[in-house]
Design a protein around this ligand. Structure first.
Ligand code: IPE
Length: 266
């Protein structure tokens, strides 16, 4: 089977929303990010996180735990409503920047049975071949056993890399990349490059944060990246609060970031 070659750009919830304030969008930053995508002429998928449109209500109603009582249903309805409005903001902003973006509701394309998530990806595949940029987001997913669960944007990527030939995954986060402990300073040191084997040994320096994140912040991301590296050529982590860096990475220019090379590049 000839798999379509794509890049995936994950807009972390912390770069498009203020994670400490319910439903607050970082509008100016979102707009600058979308502007960097204006003239990109290779196929790519945009996936955005939830930030304060998802994590706060998810924690309040223990959505991650699955169905326990009927009060949680108000939580899943609210998250879906909030995520729909956040997605629309992202899509509108992309369209304003001449990106032919179409949104797909993740929870309408996927269903979980046991530990397996089954996706219906034909619409995504066809939109890519036509030259349309699919936009997906982390979501509340219905599940066979537990009723529902939170499915992060990072987990979506783990599934997409099995179906598409993903050359590059770019994570826009609120830090410059991955940090490692260094002996001579209190602060961690930014790691610029890691190959597949180095990453397996890597111990992430977790930056302490007060924000609510039901899907596991940088530690969770490192676990997902570990799986991604089996399939993709490279994963790049950049600071999405400095949107110009996205433009440079897309042009393969040297930029402040962490680049991790996949198994196929070793
Ligand atoms: C979380 O998605 C989805 C919900 C809480 C509904 P992500 O885990 O990808 O979101 P961010 O990037 O951390 O905000």
């Amino acid at each position: 089977m000839n798999r379509i070659s794509v890049s995936i750009i994950k807009l972390g919830g912390s770069v498009i929303t203020d994670k400490t304030s319910y439903r607050k969008i970082r509008r100016e930053n979102l707009s600058k990010i979308c502007n960097q995508l204006k003239n990109v002429n290779k196929p790519y998928i945009v996936i955005h996180g939830a930030g304060s449109f998802g994590h706060i209500i998810a924690e309040k109603h223990s959505i991650q735990a699955g169905f326990e009582d009927k009060n949680q249903l108000d939580g899943i309805v609210k998250i879906r409503q909030d995520m729909a409005s956040l997605s629309q903001e992202v899509i509108d902003c992309l369209i304003e920047n001449n990106v032919k973006a179409i949104g797909f509701q993740t929870s309408a394309l996927a269903f979980m049975t046991g530990a397996e998530v089954e996706y219906f990806l034909n619409p995504i595949e066809k939109s890519l071949t036509l030259g349309v940029c699919p936009v997906l987001s982390g979501d509340v997913l219905f599940t066979e056993e537990g009723g529902f669960t939170i499915h992060s944007g990072d987990s979506i990527i783990t599934h997409l890399v099995k179906h598409f030939d993903v050359k590059q995954v770019i994570f826009l986060t609120d830090v410059d990349g991955l940090f490692e402990k260094s002996d001579d300073s209190e602060e961690g040191k930014l790691v610029r490059e890691l190959n597949y084997n180095e990453f397996k040994e890597f111990k992430v320096e977790e930056i302490q944060s007060e924000v609510i994140d039901v899907t596991g912040s940088m530690k969770g991301k490192v676990d997902e990246i570990s799986t991604l590296l089996e399939e993709v050529e490279q994963v790049v982590i950049i600071n999405g609060l400095i949107p110009e860096r996205l433009g440079s990475v897309l042009k393969n220019e040297n930029e402040v970031s962490t680049i991790i090379y996949g198994k196929k590049s070793t």
